[in-house]
Design a protein around this ligand. Structure first.
Ligand code: HDE
Length: 757
C-alpha cells in the first residue's frame, strides 16, 4: 500500500537522475552505470525476427521505460535497408573508383540517403513554431448535457486527446521561458469526429479583426533587416504596433504580467478566447467561453529566473512536461465553461461577447467544470506527432458551433490554408496524429501525399454507380447541422461595432485586480521592454496608453524610462476588481516540486537521507547537490550526488536546504574544492561562492530556503537572514522540511516583497 504520490515522486526522482542507488542510475547522469550496449555480433541474427524477439523499445533520454511496444516501431527487420527494402552491406562509405578515386554517380544508396536528408525539414509554423505536446485522455463529467449534445462533454465518457503547448513569436529552436503568450491547443478524437480547442494561456487577443493578424505578427516577429530580437516583444516594431492599436492594451498588459512567463505548462490556465455557441439535444443554444484550470494552480517564473533559464536550460518547459509525464506525475486541467444566454445583442452584463479583447470576470459568470484533461503519455516521435499535428478552430462536432466574432472568422480560414503549405498538400488529415478516430468516408480525392487507396468509381453525389453511397446523415443521425442563427439585415461595411471602441476599461480591471507584488512585476516588465526600444516616439506613446489604464502604472514606468508621465485622455473607469485574475492568495498541491539539498562530505548525511525520504513522501523530488559528483559516504552509508556545484543553478529548484555540519572546520561547502576561492561567512568560515550564488538567487526569486544545524552564518552571507520571510532553520531536517512544504504550497514567499507601490 505504497503512497501513490511517493511512488510518482520516486519515479520523477529517477527520471531527473535523483536515484539514490548507483546501480539504478541514468546514463550520463552522476552516479550512473553505463547500460550494456548490444554490439551486433557476427553472423547477424536470422530474419525476420518475431516482434517479441526484437528486444525492448529504445530507452528514453531520462532512462525510464517508455512502455512503447517494440512491434510499433516504424522500422522493421533486423538489417539496414534502402527505402525500397534492399539490404545494405555498407552505409559509411560512398561507392568510389578506388579508395582515393572519384565518387560514382551510380551509388543509389548515397544519392537516396543524401536526397532524403536534404528534404527532412518542413516549414515551421508561421506563428507558434516552438512547441511541446503530449497524449492524454479527457473525461467528460456529463454535467454539460443541459447545454450541449456533444457526446464527449454531455456524457461521462473518456476521449483520447493530444495537446500541444507553444510560444507564439519564437522560431522552432528558440527558448521556452521568453516573455510571450503561450498556445494551448487540444485535439479531441471524439466518436463524432475531431474537435480542436485551439486556445491560449491569455484570455484576450491583441486585435479584434483577423484582417489585422498579419500586421500584429509582422510587428511582433524580429525586425526584417537584422532578424533580431528572437522570440521577444522587447523591440520597437512590437511596441509601435501595440501603442498605435490601443485595442492591444489588454493583451499586452497580460503579457507584461507574470502570465507572460509561466513556471511550467503544467501551471498555466488555458482559454478558448472567443465566445462559442453550444447546442443541446433540443436545439437550444447557449453562448460559452472555455477555460482550462490547472490542478497545480497558476504559477509563474520571476523575470530574472526566466532570463537565467534561457541560457542554462532553453528547453525548460519542454523538459518539465516530458519528465513529469514520464515520472507518472500526470499534468491535469479541469475544463470549465462560463455560460451566457444567447441573446440577440450577444452581450453579458454590458460586455460584448463578440469582442475578443474582453473577458467576463469569473465573479460575474462562474466557471462551471465539465471534464478533466489528463496528459499521460509523451510523443514517441517529435516530428511525426508534435510537428505534424494540425489544429483548426473549424474542427467542430455536433453540439459546438461558432459565433460571429470577426477574429474567429479569419481563423476559420487560416488554419487549413497554412497547413496546406506547411504539411505539403491537402492530405495531412491522413497523418497518424491527425486521423480522426471516428470513421471517415469523404469524397476528397488524390493530391500530394495521398496514402489512401480509395475504392469505388463515383466520388460524387448523387451517384448511381457506387450504390448511391455514401449517404447523408441528419441531425438525428449525428450530422453537424449549422445553427440557423438569424443574420441581421445590414449593409456591407468595413467597420467595427461601437462597443469595440472601449480599449481601456478591461486593462484597468486587470490592473486593479492585481496584488502589489504582481503590479510591481508589471511595472518592471513595461520598463524593461520599453527601455529596449530606440524610438522616443514609441516610448512616449506607450506611456500615453498606460496613462489611460492607471496613473501609478504610468508614472512608475515613466520614472524608469526617465520620461515625464502624461495625463490620461479618457475618463478612467472604476470596475469592480476580479480577484480570480490574481495568482496569489491560494495554496496548491506540491507534487512534483524540486527540493535541492546542499551538502558536502562533512555535512550531516543522516539528516540528508532523512530529508530526502521526507521529500519523496510529500510527492516531491529531492536532488542532492555537492561539490563534486559521485557518492558521499563519510559515515559508511553512501548518499548519491545528483547535481554538483559546477552544474547546478538555482533555477532548477523550488526550494533549497543546507545540510549542517557537526564539527565542520573553517571550510564550508567545499570551499577547498572551489578554484574560484570562497567568501567569508562571517564567522571566519569560507563558503564556496557557487553555494552562496545558489542561495542568494533562490532567496531573490522568492523561494523557500533554509537548513538544519550550523547553517546560520552561510545563510546570512547569502543575504537570507534566518528567521526572515521563508528562511527556515532548525535542529532537525524533517521538521524544517514540513515548514518548507507549507511555503511551497503558496508557490513563492510573497512576504519577501513588501509593497512599494
Ligand atoms: Fe492562431 N494560428 N491565429 N490564434 N494559433 C496558428 O496555424 C491565426 C489566434 C493558436 O500548436 C496557425 O497551424 C489567425 C488566437 C495556437 O499547432 C495559423 C489569428 C488564438 C496555435 C494561425 C489567430 C490562437 C495557432 C499557425 C487571428 C487563441 C498553434 C500554424 C485571427 C485563441 C497550434 C497553424 C499548434 C496557430 C492563424 C489568432 C491560438 C497561421 C489568422 C486568438 C494555439 O493558421
Amino acid at each position: 500500500d505504497k503512497n501513490p504520490l511517493k511512488a510518482a515522486a520516486e519515479k520523477a526522482a529517477d527520471a531527473l537522475g535523483a536515484s539514490d542507488s548507483p546501480e539504478e542510475g541514468i546514463p550520463g547522469k552522476p552516479g550512473s552505470r553505463t547500460p550494456p550496449v548490444d554490439e551486433p555480433t557476427r553472423p547477424q541474427p536470422p530474419l525476420p525476427p518475431k516482434p517479441d524477439q526484437r528486444g525492448p523499445a529504445p530507452m528514453s533520454p531520462t532512462g525510464a521505460d517508455t512502455g512503447a511496444d517494440p512491434a510499433d516501431r516504424a522500422q522493421s527487420g533486423a538489417y539496414l535497408t534502402t527505402a525500397q527494402g534492399a539490404r545494405l552491406h555498407d552505409s559509411d562509405h560512398s561507392l568510389k573508383a578506388g579508395a582515393r578515386g572519384p565518387v560514382l554517380l551510380q551509388d543509389h544508396h548515397l544519392r537516396e540517403k543524401i536526397t532524403h536528408f536534404d528534404h527532412e525539414r518542413i516549414p515551421e509554423r508561421v506563428v507558434h513554431a516552438r512547441g511541446a505536446a503530449a497524449h492524454g485522455v479527457f473525461r467528460g463529467y456529463g454535467t454539460a448535457s443541459g447545454v450541449t449534445k456533444a457526446a464527449f462533454l454531455a456524457k461521462d465518457v473518456e476521449t483520447p486527446v493530444f495537446t500541444r503547448f507553444s510560444t507564439v513569436l519564437g522560431s522552432r529552436g528558440s527558448s521556452d521561458t521568453v516573455r510571450d503568450t503561450r498556445g494551448f491547443a487540444t485535439k479531441f478524437y471524439t466518436e463524432e469526429g475531431v474537435f480542436d480547442l485551439v486556445g491560449n494561456n491569455i484570455p484576450v487577443f491583441f486585435i479584434q479583426d483577423a484582417i489585422k493578424f498579419p500586421d500584429v505578427i509582422h510587428a511582433g516577429k524580429p525586425h526584417p533587416d537584422r532578424e533580431i530580437p528572437q522570440a521577444q516583444s522587447a523591440h520597437d516594431t512590437f511596441w509601435d504596433f501595440v501603442t498605435l492599436h490601443t485595442e492591444a492594451a489588454h493583451h499586452t498588459l497580460w503579457n507584461m504580467s507574470d502570465r507572460g512567463i509561466p513556471r511550467s505548462y503544467r501551471t498555466m490556465e488555458g482559454f478558448g478566447v472567443h465566445t462559442f455557441r453550444l447546442v443541446n439535444a433540443e436545439g437550444s443554444t447557449t453562448l460559452v467561453k472555455f477555460h482550462w484550470k490547472p490542478r497545480l494552480g497558476v504559477h509563474s517564473l520571476m523575470w530574472e529566473e526566466a532570463q537565467i533559464i534561457n541560457g542554462t536550460d532553453p528547453d525548460f518547459h519542454r523538459r518539465d512536461l516530458a519528465d513529469a509525464i514520464e515520472a507518472g506525475a500526470f499534468p491535469q486541467w479541469e475544463l470549465g465553461i462560463q455560460t451566457f444566454p444567447d441573446t440577440a445583442d450577444q452581450t453579458f452584463e454590458g460586455i460584448d461577447l463578440l469582442d475578443p479583447t474582453k473577458i467576463v470576470p469569473e465573479e460575474l459568470a462562474p466557471v462551471q467544470p465539465v471534464g478533466l484533461l489528463t496528459l499521460n503519455a509523451n510523443p514517441s516521435n517529435y516530428f511525426a506527432e508534435t510537428e505534424q499535428v494540425a489544429f483548426h478552430v473549424g474542427h467542430l462536432v455536433p453540439g459546438i458551433d461558432i459565433t460571429d466574432d470577426p477574429l474567429l472568422a479569419g481563423r476559420l480560414f487560416s488554419y487549413l490554408d497554412t497547413q496546406i503549405s506547411r504539411l505539403g498538400g491537402p492530405n495531412f488529415a491522413q497523418l497518424p496524429i491527425n486521423r480522426p478516430h471516428a470513421p471517415v468516408n469523404d469524397m476528397l480525392r488524390d493530391g500530394m501525399h495521398q496514402t489512401a487507396v480509395h475504392r469505388g468509381v463515383a466520388p460524387y453525389r448523387p451517384n448511381s454507380l457506387d450504390g448511391g453511397c455514401p449517404f447523408l446523415a441528419g441531425a438525428d443521425t449525428g450530422a453537424f447541422v449549422e445553427t440557423p442563427v438569424t443574420v441581421p439585415e445590414a449593409s456591407k461595411v468595413r467597420e467595427a461595432p461601437a462597443s469595440f471602441a472601449d480599449h481601456f476599461s478591461q486593462p484597468r480591471l486587470f490592473w486593479l485586480s492585481m496584488t502589489p507584488v504582481e503590479r510591481e512585476h508589471i511595472i518592471a516588465a513595461y520598463t524593461f521592454e520599453l527601455s529596449k526600444c530606440y524610438e522616443q516616439a514609441v516610448k512616449e506613446r506607450a506611456l500615453k496608453v498606460l496613462a489611460n489604464i492607471d496613473a501609478t502604472l504610468c508614472s512608475e514606468v515613466a520614472v524608469g524610462l526617465g520620461l515625464p508621465a502624461p495625463r490620461p485622455t479618457v475618463e478612467l473607469a472604476s470596475p469592480q476588481p476580479s480577484p480570480a485574475l490574481s495568482q496569489l492568495g491560494h495554496s496548491w498541491p506540491v507534487d512534483g516540486r524540486i527540493v535541492g539539498i546542499v551538502t558536502d562530505a562533512d555535512g550531516d548525511l543522516a539528516g540528508v537521507r532523512a530529508v530526502r525520504e521526507a521529500v519523496l513522501d510529500a510527492g516531491m523530488v529531492p536532488l542532492v547537490v555537492a561539490p563534486t559528483g559521485g557518492v558521499l559516504d563519510a559515515d559508511g552509508d553512501p548518499v548519491t550526488v545528483q547535481r554538483t556545484f559546477a552544474n547546478a543553478r538555482s533555477v532548477e529548484f523550488d526550494a533549497l536546504l543546507l545540510a549542517g555540519a557537526p564539527g565542520r572546520g573553517d571550510d564550508a561547502y567545499g570551499a577547498r574544492d572551489a578554484k574560484a576561492g570562497g567568501s567569508s561567512a562571517g564567522d571566519g568560515a569560507v563558503t564556496d561562492p557557487r553555494v552562496l550564488l545558489l542561495l542568494s538567487e533562490a532567496y531573490r526569486h522568492g523561494k523557500a530556503v533554509g537548513g538544519w544545524g550550523e547553517v546560520a552564518a552561510v545563510l546570512q552571507a547569502a543575504g537570507a537572514s534566518p528567521g526572515g520571510p521563508g528562511v527556515v532553520t532548525g535542529a532537525d531536517s524533517t521538521t524544517v522540511l514540513d515548514q518548507v512544504v507549507d511555503l511551497l504550497g503558496e508557490h513563492r514567499v510573497w512576504d519577501r516583497f513588501p509593497p512599494a507601490v
